[in-house]
Design a protein around this ligand. Structure first.
Ligand SMILES: Cc1cc2nc3c(=O)[nH]c(=O)nc-3n(C[C@H](O)[C@H](O)[C@H](O)COP(=O)(O)OP(=O)(O)OC[C@H]3O[C@@H](n4cnc5c(N)ncnc54)[C@H](O)[C@@H]3O)c2cc1C
Length: 390
């Protein structure tokens, strides 16, 4: 098996987002994946989650919640650092670590809508890896249609009583805290019913299912969560009651970008592996790479990958200026995750039978990539959003 984080081939159009400081950070992340993650991927896949202490190691190196302010344990850096972290995960061809959901999604909800006490308590523990977090929106009965959430939080004096269940929750099995999307208001209020409530994993009545048996991303912790008369103090409400939907909308463009970034880097990694493989593998006395079909296929893929790279990096510039539209982010998520699926399919074909064997990174990339077209809003929902802007 080829192992180690792959250095992707240089893009036809050079990238211009990063400085030397970014490159140094990238090196730290790369070493972390090489030393701590890549040697353990098979173990994570067997146990269906990473080791708990991997979170502490990542925290010690400053790889968690880096974009959060220093007073809350982060480094106050911009989202290019998140981009680097995600890219290096993809270049390591790892799908086990759920750091980005914790650092780039959950932390933002707390930072954007939490009060000082909530930020002080949670962000600091999240940055060190002491607390692992998840966000629970999806339920057995609803995913794309968030307004149909049935989990309820009913106020009883100074406490909410939560009842319901959630499914497909990333980091769910190891989480110490989860932000739960609950219905708090009257049935007829639609999205104005929804609130975000922090639930600590040791609350009475809260339980976790076993890690779910997914077709890919097997090392990533994904499970069901159950809430049976779980009592939490009213102070665990994030932001204002009934504002949950609005809060979820605020960072949606960024959340779609996270998937686009991992897919783009994943496609670059799969492509680089395949270029090397076709040079090494011989048939009819020649390298596979010398056949016109191989060269043309690789040229086509190279072109598609680089076109997507330019679009994505431009979206990232707009994101940094806080000017990225929902439609542009939806287009990045849909197009780049589709492109990734196409790239891994073509690359697997160029590996022949070895591409179908799990020892080869392309096989894992092939099955792992599939979820990207489903989560963070399905690609069909992305097309809905794009069409609404027309
Ligand atoms: C590996 C993994 C990790 C996940 N992690 C999390 C997590 O951490 N937290 C969390 O809350 N959720 C998570 N999810 C859930 C994920 O966000 C949902 O699966 C996704 O939103 C789709 O919802 P659904 O599965 O209920 O599908 P449905 O909503 O039932 O969709 C089924 C099909 O119908 C289509 N469809 C639905 N509505 C429309 C429409 N209006 N127009 C056209 N087509 C439509 C969809 O595109 C899809 O093809 C995860 C899922 C996976 C697979």
């Amino acid at each position: 098996m080829q192992s180690g984080a792959i250095r992707p081939l240089t893009n036809m159009l050079p990238r211009n987002l990063f400085s030397e400081e970014h490159d140094a950070f990238r090196e730290t992340v790369r070493k972390f994946y090489e030393k701590e993650v890549i040697p353990n991927i098979e173990k994570y896949e067997k146990q269906q989650h990473v080791d708990r202490d991997l979170w502490n190691k990542a925290g010690d190196l400053g790889l968690l919640c880096a974009t959060m302010p220093e007073e809350y344990g982060g480094y106050g850096v911009n989202r290019l650092y998140s981009m680097i972290l995600i890219e290096e995960q993809a270049y390591a061809m790892d799908s086990s670590t759920g750091f980005s959901l914790h650092s780039d999604i959950v932390a933002n909800y707390i930072h954007n809508f939490g009060n000082h006490e909530q930020k002080q308590k949670w962000l600091t523990q999240m940055a060190s890896g002491e607390t692992v977090t998840a966000i629970a929106m999806t339920e057995p009965g609803t995913g794309s249609d968030l307004q149909a959430v049935r989990t309820t939080a009913v106020l009883d004096g100074d406490e909410y009583i939560i009842n319901g269940s959630k499914i497909f929750i990333t980091n769910g099995y190891l989480c110490d805290m989860v932000i739960v999307v609950c219905k708090t208001g009257q049935e007829d209020k639609g999205s104005a019913n929804l609130s975000l409530i922090i639930v600590e994993a040791d609350r009475v009545g809260f339980s976790k299912g076993k890690p779910l048996n997914k077709i890919g991303m097997k090392g990533q912790d994904t499970c069901e969560l159950f809430f049976n008369d779980v009592r939490v103090p009213k102070a665990n409400l994030l932001g204002m009651e009934g504002m949950g939907f609005m809060m979820l909308m605020k960072e949606l463009a960024w959340e779609r970008m996270l998937v686009a970034i991992i897919c783009q880097a994943g496609a670059e990694a799969a492509f680089a592996h395949t270029v090397q493989y076709t040079k090494d593998r011989k048939a009819f006395g020649k390298s596979i790479s010398s056949f016109q079909n191989t060269r043309f296929k690789l040229a086509e893929l190279r072109t598609e990958i680089d076109f997507c790279r330019s679009y994505l990096d431009r979206c990232m510039e707009l994101q940094l200026d806080e000017n990225l539209g929902i439609d542009a982010a939806a287009a990045a998520k849909y197009k780049i995750s589709d492109m990734f699926s196409k790239v891994v399919d073509e690359c697997l074909q160029l590996h022949g039978g070895y591409g179908y064997m799990m020892e080869y990174p392309i096989a894992r990339a092939y099955i792992d990539n599939r979820a990207n077209r489903i989560y963070a809003g399905t690609n069909e929902i992305m097309k809905e959003l794009i069409s609404r802007s027309l």
